[in-house]
Write a new protein. Structure first.
Length: 228
């Protein structure tokens, strides 16, 4: 005789939890794309336990997190594209400097017959004495000049191409060194001397670099003047 005192409910077999499905469906790579996420999301809906379903709030939170991740990924790609575009633009702008003379902080300059060489030094706090020394490439001092007391700011130094005896020196490259006595503190500071730009490129931090005659490379940020 059948038992009619109660109703026996046939429960579905135990179904996997969401976390189990998520772990099983997780791709090998660390990043999850849109298609992989949607496949995981659909699998979760199909296999959730009807007696313990995942709450709607959890689904919404998962969608929101994925949307934020996707937006950040697209923004990162856009920024990379922008940086590449700006780098190309800067190179194009830098190409306009090729063939021009710039004041580069190297202290070396080319003497042309009948012309003088000028440069810039910076004395932010002023100086009680500034001395200019000029050397040939063999290290021999060919000229020295005292420039006296200088006010704070930039100081223009000039060499007319003659040695200490007043004789004209042969054309070529010479090194100029400034010795500054800042009220008892004596230092040698770089002289920004004219040099011709022969090429441009970018450094590791995307800074524009100027290749100047003689093989030196100078960041554009260190150039004190263009056209001398």
């Amino acid at each position: 005789m059948a038992n009619t005192s109660g109703i026996t409910q046939s429960l579905p077999p135990s179904l996997p939890r969401y976390t189990d499905v998520q772990n099983a469906a997780k791709p090998v790579q660390d990043e999850m794309g849109q298609q992989a996420f949607l496949k995981l999301f659909t699998t979760q809906l199909q296999n959730q336990n009807p007696l313990d379903p995942v709450k709607n709030e959890a689904f919404v939170a998962q969608l929101a997190q994925f949307s934020q991740l996707e937006a950040i990924t697209k923004m990162s790609a856009s920024m990379d594209s922008l940086v590449s575009s700006l780098q190309g633009q800067r190179l194009s702008e830098g190409a306009a400097l090729i063939g021009k003379k710039v004041a580069a902080p190297q202290g070396s300059a080319e003497l042309v017959a009948g012309r003088s060489i000028s440069g810039l030094i910076s004395v932010p706090s002023g100086a009680s004495q500034v001395r200019l020394d000029v050397y040939d490439l063999s290290g021999n001092k060919v000229f020295t000049q005292s420039l006296g007391r200088q006010a704070p700011g930039d100081v223009t130094v000039r060499w007319d191409g003659r040695n200490a005896s007043g004789a004209a020196m042969p054309p070529g490259r010479y090194n100029m060194i400034a010795t500054v006595d800042a009220f008892g503190q004596i230092t040698q500071i770089p002289i920004s001397t004219p040099a011709t730009v022969v090429g441009v490129n970018t450094g590791s931090n995307n800074e524009l670099l100027l290749e100047i005659e003689g093989g030196a490379t100078v960041p554009l940020s260190q150039v004190r003047r263009i056209g001398m």
